[in-house]
Design a protein around this ligand. Structure first.
Ligand SMILES: [Zn+2]
Length: 318
């Protein structure tokens, strides 16, 4: 049976700022809250634990202002990370249940896996890890600007939902997120799964290609440098998300000042397709590409053409 695990984490960070930060674990999880829903988004059960911190020996003042939990409380009430994550795994993967994880925003699953790696806990999530970013689905359903991202509290107030607990407590936030989840038109938005890239592809076989109604996404394996990456044929190829045709480019790949790459290709049947490549550092070392190929109109073609020309002129003049 499909279940939805609506997850929320609270984490701490170095109380003295960047100098005190541990690179492998900049955010140490101190609380896990989750609500399990059935396939009809009806409440099934909940999970809640505090974690006794071992990396940072005090709560950062900003975090304290949000969560109102002090270090002594955590030392007293919190359990060891490995014991909590073990219980959490059992609760998520009960016999006959296939969990789909849901979070408000895109950070929680990555940070959870980073904490797991730090504590040498085997990564039990499926690969590739798809999840629902309820914040994104909420925007697609309720907001005009598709890039808008409301904080959880604002979204709850936006819908005029009753406020029963405090915000920035993991279980309350998971509960609010599950409530918002049940208020959106999920059937219509179901296809918009998000992809957690804490683990990116290590080989050609692990590379990821996903199709959505208006765009497709490709995630490459790792390359030793940005230059080598941008010479790879699969990275540079453009496909139509509707018909899978290999497309001819109208505007060839170029890089902008934010180091993102753009191009425009054309499908004889479905029109212009804009390519965008973002290059990310790989967890181990090297770089990987996230390419989106999105159907666009003539306006976007002109915009990209102009952008390329402006960048060319700027480079010439400097
Ligand atoms: Zn096409």
């Amino acid at each position: 049976m499909r279940t939805y695990i609506v997850l929320d984490l609270e984490w701490n960070q170095s109380p003295i700022g960047k100098e005190g930060a541990v690179e492998a674990i900049p955010f140490e999880i101190i609380e896990i809250g989750a609500v399990k829903l059935d396939e009809n988004l009806e409440y099934m059960s909940k999970f809640h634990e505090f974690i006794s911190p071992v990396v940072y020996n005090d709560i950062h003042h900003r975090i304290y202002e949000l969560v109102h939990i002090d270090i002594n409380y955590l030392r007293d009430k919190g359990k060891k990370f490995l014991s909590v994550i073990g219980k959490f795994k059992q609760w998520c993967y009960m016999e006959g249940q296939e969990p789909m994880f849901c979070t408000w925003g895109s950070m929680d699953l990555s940070e959870l896996q980073r904490n797991m790696a730090y504590h040498k806990q085997e990564n039990f999530f499926e690969y590739p890890l798809f999840y629902y970013d309820i914040q994104k689905l909420f925007t697609l359903d309720k907001c005009e600007d598709p890039k808008e991202r409301l904080p959880l509290e604002k979204a709850v107030r936006f819908l005029g939902l009753p406020i029963k607990g405090e915000f920035h407590h993991a279980l309350d936030d998971a509960y609010y997120t599950s409530l918002l989840f049940s208020k959106i038109n999920f059937e219509a938005l179901k296809v918009y799964k998000s992809l957690d890239l804490y683990r990116s592809p290590d080989s050609k076989e692990e590379e990821i290609y996903v199709k959505f109604p208006e765009y497709a996404k490709y995630v490459s394996r790792g390359f030793s440098s940005r230059e080598v990456l941008m010479e790879d044929k699969t990275v540079k190829d453009m496909l139509c998300c509707k018909c899978n045709r290999m497309l001819r480019k109208k505007v060839r790949w170029f890089v902008d000042s934010q180091k993102n790459y753009y191009c425009i290709a054309q499908c004889p049947e479905h029109g212009y397709v804009r390519g965008k490549i973002r290059i990310r550092n790989k967890q181990s070392k090297g770089y990987y590409a996230i390419k989106t190929m999105r159907l666009v109109g003539k306006k976007e073609l002109d915009f990209i053409k102009t952008k390329k020309e402006q960048l060319r002129l700027r480079r010439k003049n400097t």
